[in-house]
Design a protein around this ligand. Structure first.
Ligand code: ARG
Length: 460
């Protein structure tokens, strides 16, 4: 017999470095509070069911509560000899209350214990993710409200396409973050299921009360299959997938913040407190934080691929491979929380160069579609209208004359249907405000959308 908690059938100890390889305490100590919380509920249930005596249950719960206070103060000391958080807590409990601590593990396995801790850990944090997303959405809405009628170039292929408003652009991100919000909200459903009581894999012969434990821990559902209970990590994969999509959205916006704050674009300027300087070039103001969010998207995708790959060929039920599930989820939780907060801060302090934005739509032929549409309304088949305007654009590029600066005679030579009202039609403001189709960029639409979104946030 060796000194391990499970050492009964062993005669030899592993070398320290081998033990260290198998240990998870260096990261799963983050679940100390959840581990103790789960154990308190379990001990209470054992006492209530008469599986241990009420006095024993009391002793165990009192000891665990003392450990909970130490965990909150950060004074718990962990030992790699005890491998993981579960056995560390049990060792600490034994040191506190003596051998009666050994009764806590009745009708339980580390397999359902670790699954319970991990569910609790994610379940406790998802509401914070949702709150942080709401804050970001509110920030976007405030900015959109200030810029519902700020005209800028819209892009496809990063080429000037058609004029839009900056507010409309911001609301596109609002909608993406709304889907992220809904995905994390749904993530709660699959996280809010209690594995405890599955024991090692097959259930237990003890008369446990899983509904009581679920109630104590605030779980609204219970795994109904013990094999699934101990081997399901879908909730963690779903979290990483949701986080990956969120980071993708942040990263796309980060790219635009970086690009738009360049000398060439100069649409926006980041506030000093959300940018950095250079150690050699005194003039520099870099969008480091936007770049970091863009960069951290990579590690988030990596975590998703990592866990999917870890899980892909695991036979039922528990396998030690699954110990690899937590570190990446912990890391990604930090990443999404921090990145989302950084974005709220960055956007709140943004300076918008409205004049640069609108100037970008003045001599760029982004009104070419207006002219083609105009001809189409006058009965010219759209394909033909497209070709006529294409010719005018070519002429305009060669003579450095935007469409709205061409004399009527020139325009009429290309298409006799063109009349004087075309100059109004060709203005970027007109182009924007005529796009009143559902989902279009017209200022009136944007204002309506802002009101709708605001009401939705307030109803949360
Ligand atoms: N540290 C382990 C993990 O994180 C706990 C479960 C260990 N169970 C076992 N049978 N080895 O997965």
């Amino acid at each position: 017999m060796t000194t391990k908690l499970w050492g009964g059938r062993f005669t030899e100890n592993a070398a320290e470095w081998v033990d260290a390889f198998g240990a998870s305490i260096h990261f799963d100590q983050q679940m100390a509070a959840e581990d103790i919380e789960g154990s308190i509920a379990h001990a209470k249930m054992l006492g209530k069911q008469g599986i241990i005596t009420p006095a024993e249950a009391d002793q165990i719960v009192t000891g665990l509560m003392a450990l909970q206070a130490e965990a909150a103060e950060g004074t718990l000391v962990f030992d790699v000899q005890h491998e993981d958080i579960h056995m560390n807590i049990e060792a600490q409990l034994t040191a506190k209350i003596g051998p009666v601590a050994g009764k806590l593990h009745t009708a339980r396995s580390r397999n359902d214990q670790v699954a319970t801790d991990f569910h609790l850990w994610v379940k406790h944090r998802l509401p914070h993710v949702l709150a942080t997303l709401t804050e970001l959405q509110q920030t976007l809405l405030n900015l959109a409200n200030n810029h519902a009628d700020t005209i800028m170039s819209g892009y496809t292929h990063l080429q000037h396409a058609q004029p839009i408003t900056y507010g409309h652009y911001l609301l596109a991100y609002f909608d993406m973050f709304q889907r992220d919000y809904e995905r994390f909200e749904f993530n709660q459903k699959h996280t809010d299921i209690l594995p405890l009581g599955a024991a090692a894999l097959a259930g237990t012969t003890f008369p446990i009360d899983r509904a009581y434990v679920a109630d104590e821990l605030g779980f609204s559902a219970i795994y109904h299959n013990s094999l699934d209970a101990v081997s399901d990590r879908d909730f963690a994969v779903e979290f990483l997938a949701n986080a990956s999509l969120l980071m993708m959205h942040l990263s796309r916006m980060a790219e635009e913040l970086i690009l738009w704050s360049t000398y060439e674009f100069n649409y926006i300027e980041l506030s000093d407190d959300f940018s950095t300087g250079s150690s050699i070039m005194p003039q520099k103001k870099n969008a480091d934080f936007a770049e970091l969010v863009r960069g951290k998207t990579g590690r988030t995708y990596g975590a998703l691929m990592g866990l999917l790959t870890t899980m892909k060929a695991l036979p039922l039920a528990y396998n030690k491979d699954m110990q690899e599930d937590k570190a990446q989820v912990f890391d990604v939780m930090d990443t999404v929380m921090a990145s989302t907060k950084i974005f709220s801060g960055m956007l709140s302090g943004l300076t918008i160069h409205e004049e640069r934005m609108v100037a970008s739509t003045q001599d760029d032929f982004s009104n070419a579609t207006e002219l083609a549409d105009y001809l189409a309304t006058k009965g010219v088949p759209f394909r033909q209208a497209h070709a006529i305007v294409g010719q005018l654009v070519l002429q305009g590029i060669q003579t450095k004359t935007p469409l709205q600066a061409m004399p009527l005679s020139v325009l009429q030579a290309a298409a006799p249907q063109i009349e004087d009202d075309i100059y109004h039609v060709l203005q970027s403001e007109t182009a924007v405000n005529r796009r009143t189709s559902l989902g279009g960029t017209a200022v009136a639409n944007v204002k309506k959308e802002i009101a709708r979104h605001q009401a939705m946030l307030e109803a949360r």
